[in-house]
Design a binder for this molecule. Structure first.
Ligand SMILES: Cc1cc2nc3c(=O)[nH]c(=O)nc-3n(C[C@H](O)[C@H](O)[C@H](O)COP(=O)(O)O)c2cc1C
Length: 190
């Protein structure tokens, strides 16, 4: 399974822990998958249990809604303390992690630097779904929006609104994208 990940490339996947699902960017290094977690539920659960699953998806709605902790329609399977979403391919395994100090333009925080060593494979097939530019913009909007929620700035707000405008132009019609836009435009009216 790991061979689908080219080394050095960042892949957007789903991290499934004890009670949470969130998108993360992973990079393969040999037989391991590396990722970073900023403070939140996944950070706490990985630190607490040392177990997680990493699953592939080609559904931008699932990546974005889990990032924003909005409800999603998925079913879970469990085995020996590992948990994953039914129907999505991936791996489960133990996570070694260490807390480090992090500083960027959003400020200073802690980051959990993690490595998952696969223990087993989750077998499933991704649904047939063509590639859309609108989906790329939607995911990019969501990444910037999660940053905006940590530290808002006018520059970031305008960037997301710009992406939304191109997204609509390219046929994007997700109510979740409309939700992001509505939050950003409501804030501006205050
Ligand atoms: C495509 C995508 C990729 C993301 N990758 C990461 C990541 O690698 N690490 C991280 O801490 N947050 C990442 N985020 C942001 C988290 O999903 C978001 O902050 C979430 O609220 C995490 O909190 P939780 O663990 O409490 O669910 C990403 C968001 C998106 C939309």
């Amino acid at each position: 399974m790991l061979e689908v990940f080219r080394e050095k490339k960042v892949y957007e996947v789903l991290l499934v822990t004890m009670s949470n699902v969130t998108p993360i960017g992973v990079v393969r290094s040999g037989e391991k998958l590396r990722f970073k977690l900023f403070p939140g539920k996944s950070f706490r659960e990985v630190l607490e249990t040392g177990k997680a699953s990493i699953q592939l998806t080609n559904d931008p709605e699932l990546l974005v809604r889990t990032a924003l902790n909005l409800p999603v329609e998925v079913e879970f399977e469990e085995q020996k303390g590992y948990r994953w979403i039914r129907g999505l391919p991936g791996v489960y395994g133990n996570v070694t992690s260490k807390v480090e100090h992090w500083k960027d333009n959003l400020g200073e925080t802690e980051v959990l630097v993690c490595e998952l060593i696969p223990k087993g494979e989750i077998r499933a097939e991704l649904p047939t779904k063509p590639f859309s530019r609108a989906d790329c913009l939607f995911v990019e909007m969501a990444i910037l929006f999660t940053r905006y929620l940590v530290k808002s700035s006018e520059e970031l707000r305008e960037k997301i609104i710009d992406l939304y405008s191109t997204y609509k132009h390219l046929g994007g019609d997700s109510p979740t994208a409309d939700y992001i836009f509505s939050v950003l435009t409501k804030k501006a009216q205050k």
